[in-house]
Design a protein around this ligand. Structure first.
Ligand code: 13P
Length: 249
């Protein structure tokens, strides 16, 4: 996929079409000066056309925050891979913890989304992560394995080049409670072991959860961290500029 550090902005349900387009234009300029970092943006689906228009022909990639596995059909509220491809979107996020835990998306459903998107040639950022009670019970690795194994067991090896994994501990998302560097190192080492088992060691693995310019240097310095999936701090050019500077080293 890429050897560069990924800096992925997940704008969630923020920024309308005109603000998204403006920030995308600014990020395109920011990306021009970067050597070691790629910027990806996931706006709301209604803002995706405006964002893609701004980043067309640049190094900035843009995609959706979720995607359905079927090409068409009676699935109210969903977005398909061909729809995204018609817009030239590059990827979709799947399994974000807000989808899993606020909207009840099961692990089976998330895996179906990822497999469907990969089989149709779309890039996927497959999100995984444990809840606080699971971590406290010592179940972190079991949760991560449960969220990864069914995907790798079924995905075709020739789709691995389109796959990014994002480790986002649920308790660190939007809470200001970033995981410690040691917690991130341990989780990424465990994930790396699973990827290795399936011949997917080249898939980038991102960290997400309260990433800010204040804590990112220690995180991106970790060998097995290939970038970040950023919510709150990705909503301003200033936030993204500072994170990009840290990523450039
Ligand atoms: P925050 O950076 O706002 O904690 O959100 C992280 C996240 O969920 C990115 O997908």
């Amino acid at each position: 996929m890429t050897n560069k550090n990924l800096l992925v902005a997940n704008w969630k349900m923020n920024l309308g079409p005109s603000k998204s387009a403006q920030l995308a234009r600014d990020l395109r300029e920011l990306a021009n000066g970067l050597k070691k970092t790629e910027i990806w943006v996931a706006p709301s689906p209604v803002c995706l056309p405006a964002v893609l228009e701004q980043v067309k022909g640049s190094g900035v990639r843009s995609g959706a925050q979720n995607v359905h596995w079927a090409a068409t059909g009676a699935f109210t509220g969903e977005v398909s891979v061909p729809m995204l491809q018609e817009l030239s979107a590059d990827f979709a996020i799947t399994g974000h913890s807000e989808r899993r835990h606020q909207f009840g998306e099961t692990n089976e459903l998330v895996v179906k989304r990822s497999l469907g998107a990969l089989s149709q040639g779309l890039g996927v950022i497959h999100c995984i992560g444990e809840k606080l009670d699971e971590r406290e019970r010592g179940e972190t690795n079991a949760v991560l394995a449960r969220q990864l194994e069914p995907l790798f067991a079924e995905a075709r090896a020739d789709s691995f080049g389109n796959l990014v994994i994002a480790y986002e501990p649920v308790w660190a998302i939007g809470t200001g409670k970033v995981a410690s560097v040691e917690e991130i190192r341990e989780a990424h080492a465990f994930i790396s072991g699973i990827l290795g088992k399936y011949g997917a060691a080249a898939c980038p693995v991102l960290y997400g959860g309260s990433v800010t310019p204040e804590n990112y240097a220690g995180i991106i310095a970790l060998d097995l961290v290939n970038g970040a999936l950023v919510g709150g701090a990705s909503l301003t050019l200033e936030g993204m500029r500072k994170l990009a500077e840290i990523s450039e080293g």
